[in-house]
Design a protein. Structure first.
Length: 193
């Protein structure tokens, strides 16, 4: 191989290297723009979304602990406000948080489900619903935080975790609905009224 051929090969390699570097920089720049745009689309809702996720859980928990009917009614109203706002935010973030918004709707049902469990003599279902609701809130919070920090939709692992927590909560409610002893007890309570 002579000097001219070696120079030509070196020039071709340098040109290819420059083209590959240019393509990588373009892709990285575009990816960075997408991450920034994604974060900006979530920004207006993050604080309220976080507040409503935890408010829904906290207010529902207080509903189970309150003793007086007046206090219970106040907490019902507050829980209803939180769940309504959570549902509204969920609709606005349907595409940004694709794959986990249905779980937000499930979490918004928690106050209603606790209302069904509340008149029961033992707190088994109330406590389990609260525990599973709290787990769902944590899974949602982590998925949303990661999506924001990474500037992308929740990935399949995060969606799977949220959906598993969602299913666990739904399973407790379904088990409560199908509990035959509970049905008989509720019938007796209604008959006494």
């Amino acid at each position: 191989m002579n000097a001219e051929t070696a120079t030509l090969i070196a020039a071709i390699i340098a040109a290819l290297s420059s083209i590959v570097t240019l393509v990588i920089n373009l892709i990285a720049g575009r990816s960075s723009e997408f991450r920034v745009a994604y974060r900006e689309s979530l920004n207006p809702f993050l604080t309220e979304l976080s507040d409503e996720i935890y408010s829904t859980i906290a207010r529902t928990k207080i509903m189970t602990q309150t003793k007086s009917e007046v206090s219970l009614e106040n907490w019902r109203i507050r829980a209803k406000e939180s769940k309504t706002r959570l549902k509204e935010i969920r609709l606005k973030l349907r595409y940004q948080l694709w794959g986990i918004t249905d779980s937000m709707r499930t979490l918004a049902l928690l106050p209603d489900w606790i209302e069904h469990a509340r008149p029961l003599p033992n707190q088994q279902y109330s406590n389990e619903l609260l525990r599973r609701g709290h787990s769902l809130g944590i899974a949602l919070d982590k998925a949303i935080l990661n999506a924001y920090n990474n500037g992308r939709h929740p990935n399949w692992i995060e969606r799977s975790r949220v959906n598993k927590a969602d299913q666990n909560l739904r399973d407790v409610y379904k088990r409560m609905q199908n509990d035959q002893e509970l049905r008989e007890l509720m019938k007796d309570i209604r008959d006494d009224d």
